[in-house]
Design a protein around this ligand. Structure first.
Ligand SMILES: NC(=O)c1ccc[n+]([C@@H]2O[C@H](COP(=O)([O-])OP(=O)(O)OC[C@H]3O[C@@H](n4cnc5c(N)ncnc54)[C@H](OP(=O)(O)O)[C@@H]3O)[C@@H](O)[C@H]2O)c1
Length: 224
């Protein structure tokens, strides 16, 4: 059963690989989770699959992205960079005064092994600028491979870098990472999101060379 004292999380693009993985981890931890999609039927089908995997009372719902953004306390944007601007435009009004976590890692469309450098700085900065100051944008989870998220008993071998301008919003995201069995670090203002987003391209190269899909990062030299 979900814990009604916890915030409701909507994952926009939650039908995809990363969004599904995060959804199952948070639902397992007791959060009410809404899968968002451009297609409400696809969202409902993904929600049903996740409820079956979780094997308990239904805790995951599926809705269109706008309705999901309306019904949540915390929105998580988990779409390819190519869909970033359009998805943000569709939910701009509904996420006002909420916390939005941006998971997007922009990659070069001609070569996914190469980082995509944006004139704006980063996807996280674009989200903050586009949504305005009343939305607390936090950039996080870009370096967490989807491959192990669904193995609920596995401790994830990847730390989370959390960037944003609002200290309390970052604290909430660090708590969400902990609930999903990961350790997260406040990595500074939203301008620093470019570093976390860029690291994803680095990890993709390491994965290709090591023939894996689960390369991650660890912060060393600090208490864990
Ligand atoms: N995969 C990973 O291991 C991983 C790890 C860390 C970070 N990330 C980042 O997380 C984000 C999501 O990654 P993913 O692997 O989950 O992506 P994905 O599976 O390719 O796509 C996620 C969802 O985005 C929506 N979408 C896809 N193309 C779209 C388009 N052109 N316009 C609008 N919506 C579109 C789709 O939802 P609907 O069709 O249902 O609307 C799709 O299910 C990316 O920015 C990625 O860089 C991924």
């Amino acid at each position: 059963m979900h814990n009604a004292t916890l915030p409701i999380i909507a994952i926009l693009g939650g039908t995809g690989k990363e969004g599904r993985g995060l959804a199952i981890r948070w639902a397992h931890a007791g959060y009410a989770v809404i899968i968002g999609s451009r297609d409400p039927d696809r969202a409902a089908a993904t929600a049903a699959e996740l409820n079956t995997l979780l094997g308990k009372e239904p805790i995951v719902r599926g809705l269109g992205n706008v309705a999901a953004a309306r019904e949540c306390d915390i929105a998580v944007l988990s779409v390819p960079y190519e869909a970033h601007a359009a998805t943000l435009a569709s939910i701009k009004e509904t996420v006002q005064n909420k916390l939005l976590i941006d998971v997007t890692a922009p990659l070069d469309p001609d070569n996914k092994r190469r980082v995509r450098r944006l004139a704006s700085g980063s996807a996280g900065q674009e989200a903050q600028q586009f949504l305005g100051e009343n939305v607390r944008v936090v950039s996080a989870f870009q370096n967490v491979s989807y491959t192990h998220l669904a193995n609920l008993n596995e401790i994830l071998d990847c730390d989370v870098l959390v960037c944003g301008n609002d200290k309390d919003a970052k604290r909430q995201v660090i708590e969400l990472a902990r609930a999903a069995n990961m350790i997260a670090f406040d990595a500074g203002p939203i301008e620093n999101a470019v570093v976390a987003e860029g690291l994803t391209a680095v990890l993709i190269n390491i994965n290709i060379q090591a023939k894996t899909k689960s390369a991650g990062i660890h912060i060393t030299g600090v208490p864990r």
